[in-house]
Write a protein of this length. Structure first.
Length: 220
């Protein structure tokens, strides 16, 4: 339970993005806070369908590309976009749009095709690194000006780094964080409908802005 997903050590306190989303979904389904109980389990077993004792699981679970598998996934509540990260208090960190990044040294990494493509669009001399962590290390050392990394990593990178914003492609639906439910759970469609309603009303965006504001800065 790490920030910004959970804050304060108690998932029932509604503090942190995933804690707040869980509370909002429960409320949307008609469950008051007192009717919601939290428990912990092994996230690896959750993904494999080998955990029990819960109705809905949250732990930054990325929704799979296919629709079959050992568990159900809800509709997404957080987009796993790519973010541009710079060292704090530098010229690069004050960039406000894509045009400001054109002349910067950009780090990207395979196997993220989207990341590599975005880097190529930003800079003809994009630098390739074996991992997102290596790209962030290159930013810290000054070897590059910015790195393109998955947003969940960007917002937890810390260490004197600033998230400039997110790269968005309107033609591509980014992967999402979704809630996991037991296979063929009767609640799956209900939970998905609740999340969709929170998205339509703008509640998800409000929670994102409160708890993960660095993930709500699209770059244009």
């Amino acid at each position: 339970m790490t920030s910004p997903w959970f804050v304060g050590g108690d998932p029932a306190n509604g503090r942190g993005y995933e804690s707040a989303v869980a509370a909002a979904v429960a409320k949307q389904l008609g469950y008051p806070a007192g009717a919601v109980a939290w428990t912990t389990t092994d996230p690896t077993k959750v993904v494999l369908g080998k955990a029990s004792g819960f109705d809905v699981a949250l732990d930054q679970f990325a929704t799979p590309q296919g629709t079959t598998g050992p568990v159900d996934y809800s509709t997404g509540y957080f987009s796993i976009s790519d973010s541009v990260v710079a060292k704090s208090n530098t010229g690069a960190s004050r960039a406000t749009g894509l045009s400001d990044l054109k002349r910067l040294r950009v780090a990207a990494f395979p196997p993220s095709t989207d990341s590599s493509t975005a880097a190529a669009q930003l800079s003809a001399a994009a630098h390739r690194y074996p991992s997102a962590a290596a790209g962030l290390a290159a930013v810290r050392s000054g070897a590059v000006d910015v790195a393109i990394v998955p947003t969940p990593l960007a917002v937890t990178a810390g260490g004197g780094l600033t998230v400039i914003g997110q790269l968005e492609n309107p033609m591509v639906q980014p992967q999402q964080f979704g809630m996991i439910l037991p296979k063929k759970s009767a609640l799956t469609s209900c939970v998905s409908a609740a999340i969709d309603q929170l998205r339509v009303t703008g509640a998800l965006k409000t929670l994102l802005q409160r708890w993960v504001p660095a993930a709500n800065k699209p770059l244009n």
